[in-house]
Ligand binder design. Structure first.
Ligand code: HEC
Length: 104
């Protein structure tokens, strides 16, 4: 039930902001807040979160240079990270979001 509600939200977000080429940053943010905050700091304004994993703003500094590595990383299970079974699109969205956190 919860999952189908989530799917509906994702579908809605995906159709309101279609970007055929790159990942959708807003969708990535949504996914990150849902799945990644327990271990990672996922934004610069997240007050508290796990400190066991590298914060997304830190990953962002080099993300654009190694997006292939990072998408491979996210496509494979990597304990202690849970296996999210992310789709190609979810990975692109998450990376678009992470890359958007890079400081100017
Ligand atoms: C259960 C805790 C946990 C959750 C939940 C989690 N991660 Fe991680 N993640 C880690 C840990 C710990 C590392 C560091 C592992 C290492 O360096 O060997 C890591 C590393 C990473 C890296 C690699 C960073 C680098 O510089 O190579 C990426 C990218 C990443 N996580 C993305 C995500 C995304 C996206 C999500 C949500 C979909 C997520 N993680 C959810 C624990 C978690």
């Amino acid at each position: 039930m919860k999952f189908s509600a989530m799917l509906a939200t994702i579908t809605l977000l995906a159709t309101t902001s279609l970007d055929a080429h790159a990942g959708d940053r807003n969708q990535g943010e949504h996914l990150a807040k849902q799945w990644c905050t327990s271990c990672h700091l996922t934004s610069t304004d997240q007050a508290s979160g796990g400190d066991a994993a590298p914060p997304f703003p830190l990953i962002a500094e080099s993300a654009a240079d190694r997006s292939d590595d990072l998408s491979a990383w996210l496509a494979d299970p990597h304990p202690p990270m849970p296996n999210f079974n992310l789709t190609r699109r979810e990975i692109d969205d998450l990376l678009a979001y992470i890359e958007s956190l890079k400081a100017d």
